[in-house]
Design a protein around this ligand. Sequence first.
Ligand code: ROI
Length: 174
Amino acid sequence: MISAYIGLGSNLENPAGHIFKALQDIMHICNTQLESVSHTYRSIAVGPGEQPDYVNAACKIKTSLQPLELLDAIQSIENNHGRVRDIRWGARTLDLDLLLYGNLNINNERLIVPHPRANERDFVLRPLLDIDAGLLFPDGTTAQQLLDNAAENGLQVLTTKTALWDSLQTGNKE
Ligand code: ROI
């Protein structure tokens, strides 16, 4: 089993609900276990134009799926949440990014891992650090060093990781 990290983001139609449901969906990916979750955060949208605030989080899984099999699984979860891919960097019901897959560097036409902009986004790095305060990227940089250099997007904790984990175990949000 390989450890992998997935970033979650939503800024449309009850974002916190989409994030919670997406984590439940990730728990049901075959040959995969949910290991831990971050706090959930509200963050100011990065990107062109005016957009609602996002809810962001991350999770750690253990999986025996190959990277592209895992990508297929998370893209089908996005599609089930009504994700429409139209405008680049536009508002979205659910965005799931494969951030890290073991210690691998992957670069093919479908997938780049580590996620190419993970290293500059606090709404990705803070959640990763909630899960593993000593997390290293494949090039040996610590996630903490990257966060220290990242722009700030007004992150506010919405739900703590303990409360979120407990809700996922019982299946009841809040
Ligand atoms: N901005 C924030 N704050 N959080 C996101 O998850 C996010 N995702 C995106 C873009 C549109 C770049 N902006 C974001 O894809």
